[in-house]
Design a binder for this molecule. Structure first.
Ligand code: MN
Length: 239
């Protein structure tokens, strides 16, 4: 049976070698038999820019490249790795997709995205997102020497963790209104995303139509993979 794989929020980090191992095994054993592999953002804990040639991820990039030779591999940037660029594409073999992409999943129109743009109730976060997506911010950051850029990213992360600790949990989840708006705009009944680290399969009705939203889990403690089969069945499982 043919199948397509989806993962997100692997958050690769040198301090979590066990996850690196699980992801490597997934790339070597599972990915090659799939029709396609979609990585929906936050593959890295942070990606400082393509000029970071000492990045600790070169082993993973090589495995991705190997997998991409037998299985087309696609990547949507997340909020931790939106600085991926040309070198990342070349080294990983992944094809970069825009923030929202509609794909034909065995005849079913499906919208895929990282998911942070759906969290419209989190105003602080949306302001931050707007800032980092401006080209002036990008230019400023990319001009920093790597050491300084690393320190800056670290401070941004600490700041956001400080904010998030005092925020009600539902604020940091997706907005159902935004989910319904974006799905109807894209004419899909299936949405797949990550980012919130709340793996689940949600069924709901909108405009009288049965719709499904699949949320991929993070890889902090174990892997999380969506297997979507060509007969329309699917399963969201832990590795
Ligand atoms: Mn994210």
């Amino acid at each position: 049976m043919s199948l397509t794989l989806f993962v997100s929020d692997v958050h690769l980090h040198p301090e979590r070698p066990a996850i690196q191992d699980i992801f490597s095994r997934f790339l070597l054993d599972t990915a090659p038999s799939a029709d396609a592999l979609y990585i929906l953002g936050d593959l890295f804990e942070y990606w400082l820019g393509d000029d970071d040639v000492d990045s600790p991820y070169s082993g993973t990039l090589a495995l991705l490249h190997k997998a991409s030779r037998s299985t087309p591999t696609y990547f949507i940037a997340g909020n931790r790795d939106f600085l991926v660029g040309e070198r990342f594409q070349q080294e990983s073999g992944c094809r970069l997709l825009p923030e929202y992409e509609t794909i034909d999943l065995y005849g079913r129109n499906t919208l895929i995205t990282h998911g942070d743009a759906l969290c419209t109730d989190d105003r602080d976060y949306q302001r931050f997102r707007e800032m980092v997506r401006r080209s002036e911010w990008n230019d400023k950051v990319m001009q920093m020497p790597l050491v300084q850029r690393k320190a800056y990213f670290h401070s941004l992360r600490e700041e956001s963790q400080g904010f998030n600790a005092v925020k009600p949990a539902e604020i940091m989840d997706v907005s159902q209104q935004e989910v319904e708006r974006i799905m109807s705009e894209a004419h899909v009944d299936l949405l797949i995303h990550g980012h919130t680290h709340r793996p689940a399969i949600h069924h709901f009705q909108a405009n009288g139509i049965e719709k499904t939203r699949i949320v991929l889990g993070d890889w902090y403690k174990h892997g999380s993979v969506l297997y979507y089969f060509d007969n329309g069945n699917y399963k969201l499982t832990e590795l």
